[in-house]
Design a protein around this ligand. Sequence first.
Ligand code: HEM
Length: 622
Amino acid sequence: MIELDLPPSPSSPVNSWFRNAPLAAGFGQSLQTDSSQQQPPSLSSTFSIIMRILALAIVPVGWWILHLIRLRRKNAQMPPLPPGPKPLPVLGNLLDLPVERDYETYTRWKDVYGDVIYLSALGNDIVVLNSVQAASDLLDKRSLWYSDRPYIPMIHEDSLMGFNWTLIFMNYSPAWRQQRRLFAKHIPNSAYASSGYTFRVRQISSAHNLLRQLLRTSTPPASDDSKSSTSLSTSDPYSYRSHMRFVFGNVLLGVAYGYDVQPEDDPHIDLFERGVQLVNVGINPGTFLVNVFPILKHIPAWMPFNYAKAHGKLVRQTHRELKERPMEILRAKLASGTAAPSFATNALMDIYTERAEALAKSKVAGQISEKSNSDNGHVISETDVKHIAASMYGAGFDTTFAPLLFATLHLLLNPSIQQRAHAELDTVLGSPNSNTFRLPTWEDRPHLPYIDAILKESLSASNTSPSEATPTKEYDTYRNFRIPRGSMIIPNLWAMLRDPEVYHDPEAFKPERFLREEYTDEAGNVRVLREAEPHPSVNGLFGFGRRACPGQYLADSIIWVELVNLLACFKFVPALDGNGKPIDVSWAKTPLPAFVLHPPAFPCLFEPRSDIVAQRIMETEA
Ligand code: HEM
């Protein structure tokens, strides 16, 4: 070990680097001295060290300068980059990028730079799309080039989270295409498709389950005398959240595996929740440095403080369990003939049937052919079924839960919207005070346009924050701007939904913007009273192009059935504070920063609309 007896100095990292730098650079031998005779280095030896450092540095620095000059020349011949905040050398716009609520900053920049903005961060190109037009032009119309996923070391490295088995993060590839086809085949692409019948039965029974749970913890109806059955219950103004969570978990695991969730502490729900939370931690750009400096992925797992590898291992273990456990249960049920219909049940049955047919054919033709089922060599297998089913909870839970929370919040804040919804429902379901009152069914949907409008407005409120990014496959030009190859494309839904050209009074919760209203004039002609607002960005809510959400029709039907049942049966009323005054919850309109925006927990009470309604709810138990 060589030690230099340099004059004492403050132990800042920079000083210590300078102290050790010559050793690290291989200058140790020339400086090796007997510590008993050490002298401060002479001026000439210091000069020689500096010269050597300069000599060594000149090659990379020269290369870097040449590279920059060449890049400048090349770029000068190309169209300019889209406008954006001025970058710093090397860091680019790293310091401009907000840690939280990036969508708000991108939206503010729209006024300054326009709807296509260029940013760079540590050499990575980023293009933010702030309008539906730009997003659709690139992601829809040039979808072949814009369908890949960005490389995120924590996600994609097998030695870290190894999470690229899920559709959401898979690159555009034959395996991805096959999985999308499999998804589309078994998850109906229309809320009204006949193949969706079994899922709709499950959705209805889950919605009734939610009604019963809310009734048990609800406030009594206003007209209630103290003997009513509902008056026995006390009200926890936050309990609705856990009831809703249970119901969405039940629907999603039911659709995925035909699995019935236990009302409390279901082990599968716990497992999937844990899996989602662990992934969220891993993909947060600020949590693990390896996402910013991918080279850190080479640090071995045994090194102390290697939290990224430790976290990756935990995620892999949890996901192995989460993928295997429900499939094992399903296989056992399939073997005993007791499996309920579900995505995985139906897809596995298909595979088994195809295999049996291929086997039968092979006995005739002497060989097994799996070609019919393949895309560039990728044949659908049980592993694909397992992976898609396991993705459904993560992809579908928060995304469906959040719009229902927003609907609840805005209905609570806007009694007039509730009244209008109740009036529409009463014409279809009967008055809640009449014995003819019934609960809604799927067939009622076309007759309830205002409920649909509330659903659309709630979906807009919960727009997925703009972290979805797709690298361009090739260098591209758009509106005479250059989009560098490999750019991260960020469609900023927040800005799209607040585009004043499209969306009037965007901050207000106005379901009627989705209604086209007609009236009949004196001569009996049907005329348009008001056109629905043009609102193309509601399509953008489910993404663009080839990567657009494959679960959108399922999501739409899941949220609709919950919302319509809640509205048919309950009034959403404010909880009271210690002085008996209604608690104001308007603060909850500002969403929490997350990938899927959702309101912070706010108190809300559910009051059954009448005793007859309460009775109808209890009848569903049968
Ligand atoms: C209101 C609810 C939902 C919303 C707003 C929503 C939105 C989205 C968005 C914005 C994307 C990304 C598209 C892109 O990258 O361009 C996506 C992808 C995806 N969604 Fe949904 N989603 C919802 C519900 C669901 C449900 C219920 C499921 C399934 C059970 C699901 C499954 C998926 C999958 C598998 C992907 C990845 C597709 C791919 O990368 O090819 N989603 N969703």
